[in-house]
Design a binder for this molecule. Structure first.
Ligand code: HEM
Length: 468
């Protein structure tokens, strides 16, 4: 699984790095001009974007800007960047520096020099912020960090939803099973849930830390290790950027979630006894509060991304958050289902009502709704980021969406097979060991495919949408 995920990321990244090379620059690199030029024109091998006007500029040998206005990508040729210059440049060496975003989201930095007048050409001036380079948004570092963040926070949301919507329902009314088995199931589930919570809390914090360090490296134009050793740079990114403010909100929401979690943990382990069936969810109100904090954390990722600059942000941000929440419920729920089905007692008393059977049936029902919502919200998000359906096959962003749809089709075939088995089970009563093993196997393959979809999504959010 890990090999596939890493392979997919690395296979994408070099392709991104191979794009948007400079085809021509006027005045050319190393040119000595008798007369001062009025502009610099850089032509790339594919369409490019300027994130901010200062990302392409011309400076003197001491780093002073001689740009007379905002650098632009002309509307009639999106492969070019034009930098207007002050009139009558003084004799000397001038450095052209750029940092553009190519169509695949890769940040392409570069520099060239030219001289005005009868002077020898000096070294390019590469100091200051404009000369920097760092990991690209689509680099394995950036995609991996985002994946870890999504898995950590999405996993916490999934744990909370599972306990509130599925595990709680399995015990109301409680299935009639022997006291020993019942207590064992309730105690095991409580322990497994808290182990999962602890692990995912660590993963989410690690994910946040990685995202922050990688973003600092990209923004300040240094390597990951240098960014790690630059607390001032990290604080600058946290304090001075919109990304940093949202990351602070997210971390605050996570700590609120953990604080309520500690309170709930202490309450649940007050005695050595197994929980009563009515307390299977560990406390509904605490669960709801924790879920609210988790949704704020997940929603802040949506507020930070492309949805916030799409055509209708008021619609796109909640739609994106719903998309991510449903995805978290589906992927995280599958993992929990696979683990829970391994341990839950199969044998029930009256009417063949087993805890395993109820969990399976309820998850299957809710997962169907979640997948329908994922498709619906995914389509709304895709329309929000593209100009026309042709962008699907004409842009790298569109291709990533097509890959996601293809993987979703594979996961859906597996899900439909499982659903058929679940429907048959509902009629037949108690599931046998072989059937549960088959469902578990299917679930693990589905999990692998959906985690790759999440990896593709981590890449998607780093790519440049066709609309922008
Ligand atoms: C019809 C299928 C799907 C389509 C068309 C679709 C489309 C999209 C789009 C357009 C985005 C927004 C990317 C951006 O902000 O630039 C997105 C984000 C995302 N999608 Fe999907 N998606 C689909 C299925 C899935 C599935 C099956 C999963 C998970 C199992 C998933 C997980 C995610 C995640 C985690 C995000 C990131 C949310 C964020 O960080 O803001 N998607 N998707």
């Amino acid at each position: 699984m890990l090999a596939i995920v890493l392979g997919a990321t690395l296979a994408w990244a070099p392709a991104a790095m191979a794009h948007a090379v400079v085809e021509e620059i006027v005045p050319s690199d190393g040119a000595r001009l008798a007369q001062s030029p009025s502009e610099v024109r850089i032509t790339f091998s594919e369409t490019v974007q300027l994130l901010q006007p200062g990302d392409a500029q011309v400076v003197t040998a001491t780093g002073e800007s001689v740009t007379s206005g905002a650098a632009q990508v002309p509307p009639d040729n999106a492969r070019q960047v034009v930098i207007p210059l002050e009139p009558r440049l003084a004799p000397g060496t001038y450095t052209v520096r750029w940092r553009v975003v190519s169509a695949d989201g890769h940040i392409v930095p570069g520099a060239s020099v030219f001289a005005v007048g009868d002077v020898p050409i000096g070294q390019p001036y590469l100091g200051g912020a404009g000369g920097a380079s760092g990991p690209a948004e689509t680099s394995p570092w950036a995609v991996g960090a985002r994946w870890l963040e999504l898995v950590g926070i999405g996993g916490l949301v999934a744990l909370l939803l599972f306990r509130l919507l599925i595990w709680r329902a399995a015990w109301r009314p409680p299935p009639i099973i022997g006291g020993g088995s019942r207590d064992a199931a309730l105690a095991w589930s409580r322990d497994a849930w808290w182990i999962g919570f602890g692990v995912l809390a660590l993963v989410s914090l690690l994910g946040e830390a990685c995202v922050l360090v990688v973003k600092t490296a990209s923004a300040t134009g240094v390597g990951i290790l240098s960014a790690l050793g630059d607390p001032a740079g990290i604080v600058r990114v946290l304090a001075d950027t919109r990304f940093g403010s949202l990351l602070q909100i997210r971390t605050l929401a996570l700590f609120a979630l953990f604080a309520i979690g500690v309170w709930r943990f202490l309450a649940e382990y007050r005695t050595d006894r197994a929980p009563e069936p009515k307390d299977a969810d560990g406390g509904t109100w605490q669960g709801v509060l924790m879920l609210a904090a988790g949704l704020v954390a997940l929603g802040s990722i949506s507020a930070q991304g492309h949805a916030s600059v799409a055509r209708l942000p008021v619609l796109q941000i909640p739609v994106d958050a719903l998309h991510a929440t449903c995805a978290a419920f589906w992927v995280g729920g599958l993992v929990m289902l696979a683990i829970w089905l391994l341990r839950l007692p199969r044998v029930a008393g009256e009417g063949g009502r087993t805890v395993g059977g109820i969990v399976l049936a309820r998850f299957s029902q809710l997962a169907l709704i979640a997948v329908a919502l994922i498709v619906l919200t995914g389509v709304v998000r895709a329309f929000g980021e593209m100009n026309s359906p042709a962008d699907l096959w004409q842009t790298s962003y569109g291709w990533t969406i097509l890959v996601k749809i293809g993987l979703l089709a594979i996961a859906s075939i597996l899900a439909m097979r499982t659903r058929r088995v679940v429907t048959t089970l509902r009629r037949a009563g108690t599931p046998n060991t072989a059937t549960l093993a088959l469902i578990r196997r299917n679930a693990w393959v589905e999990i692998a495919v959906t985690l790759i979809i999440v990896m593709a999504s981590s890449l998607l959010v780093a790519q440049v949408p066709p609309l922008s």
